[in-house]
Design a protein around this ligand. Structure first.
Ligand SMILES: Nc1ncnc2c1ncn2[C@@H]1O[C@H](COP(=O)(O)OP(=O)(O)OP(=O)(O)O)[C@@H](O)[C@H]1O
Ligand SMILES: [Mg+2]
Length: 308
């Protein structure tokens, strides 16, 4: 559905994109995960015809969007990072305005706008002006306005940043519904939990390059850390970190005085840990085994944290 090759974009001396390749299938929910300034918005803007790349090619639904930007727009819905709505118009009028830009008949736009208001749980507030809306409600209308013309592909640029949990959950729920209806969705975020929860496949972007791609499980298996074992001791003062590090390479003490072991094979490691504690008279008060998050994978790939 989306095929992009070797996209480059430079802003003055800043190389924002250094050769992005993407191949996204119809109906896929693809997450583009990266820290501030990684190039997420630049990528989304190029894929949705808002910005021209310096070079490279983009095909959406078989159409070369650089050669056919106008007809490509029909296939594309975009939810920009910044909310774009008229504050003095009602939610319904905003939707009618945005829906009107695609040249569909007025009655069709109205029924689709009402359908979207229902989908996003805002039917009863449809006649309120946008300025009376909370940030999260504005965000829901912003997404609704991208869907009015029934696009084949929806680009969402960090749609849940800075909003209340109720709106966030509604947005996740709607994304789930749209996905099960077969819409192709590209979702950018710097929240790895969102990608882990929502996306089928993820591309990790950093300094204008996709540095890893796959399902969350594939990325986890590719990394040296697939699990994290947290051990709390009754007598943590008796533990000798240097000695522990001789037996277990990747062990640290966290701010709660717990031991944190990063490992690839948690079962094997677990029995080794219990044995070690037993031999050194260290009393375990709790052990907790977690799957490694994408944060660890990012850290391993770049040596930096995803969030600053
Ligand atoms: N219009 C512009 N003019 C100059 N530099 C720009 C412009 N737009 C983006 N950049 C630069 O390009 C790089 C990528 O920016 P982009 O907005 O794509 O990142 P992002 O991943 O969306 O970040 P964020 O998480 O902060 O939204 C950054 O270094 C940014 O400063
Ligand atoms: Mg951005």
């Amino acid at each position: 559905m989306i095929n992009a090759k070797a996209i480059h974009k430079r802003f003055g001396t800043v190389k924002a994109l250094k050769g992005i390749d993407l191949d996204i299938k119809e109906g896929e929910l693809y997450g583009l995960l990266g820290p501030n300034g990684a190039g997420k918005t630049t990528t989304i803007n190029i894929l949705s015809t808002l910005l021209k790349p310096d070079n490279g090619s983009v095909f959406i639904n078989g159409l070369d969007i650089l050669k056919n930007p106008v007809s490509s727009k029909k296939n594309i819905g975009i939810v920009p990072q910044e909310v774009a709505l008229y504050e003095d118009l009602s939610a319904l009028d905003n939707l009618l305005f945005w829906g009107g830009l695609y040249g569909n008949p007025a009655s069709q736009i109205r029924s689709r706008a009402n359908e979207m208001l229902r989908l996003f749980g805002l039917s009863d507030r449809r006649n309120d002006t946008i300025k009376k809306y909370s940030g999260g409600m504005k965000r829901r209308i912003n997404i609704a306005s991208a869907l009015l013309h029934n696009p084949k592909v929806l680009f969402m640029d960090e749609p849940t940043v800075g909003i209340d949990p109720q709106s966030r959950n509604k947005i996740y729920e709607v994304i789930g519904q749209l996905h099960s209806n077969g819409l192709t969705i590209i979702y950018t975020t710097h929240y790895m939990e969102e990608v882990e929860k929502l996306c089928e496949r993820v591309g990790i972007i950093d300094y204008g390059e996709i540095i890893a791609e796959g399902t969350v499980e594939e990325l986890r298996n590719r990394s040296n850390t697939t699990s994290i074992i947290n051990v709390a001791l009754e007598n943590p003062g008796n533990a000798n970190l240097k000695d522990l590090q001789k037996s277990f390479e990747t062990v640290e003490v966290d701010q709660n005085n717990q031991l944190v072991f990063r490992c690839k094979d948690s079962d094997k490691k677990l029995s080794g840990i219990v044995k070690y504690m037993d031999q050194h008279n260290l009393m375990i008060s709790s052990i907790d085994v977690k799957k490694a998050s994408l944060e660890n994978i990012f850290l391993e790939l770049t040596g930096r944290k995803l969030r600053d």
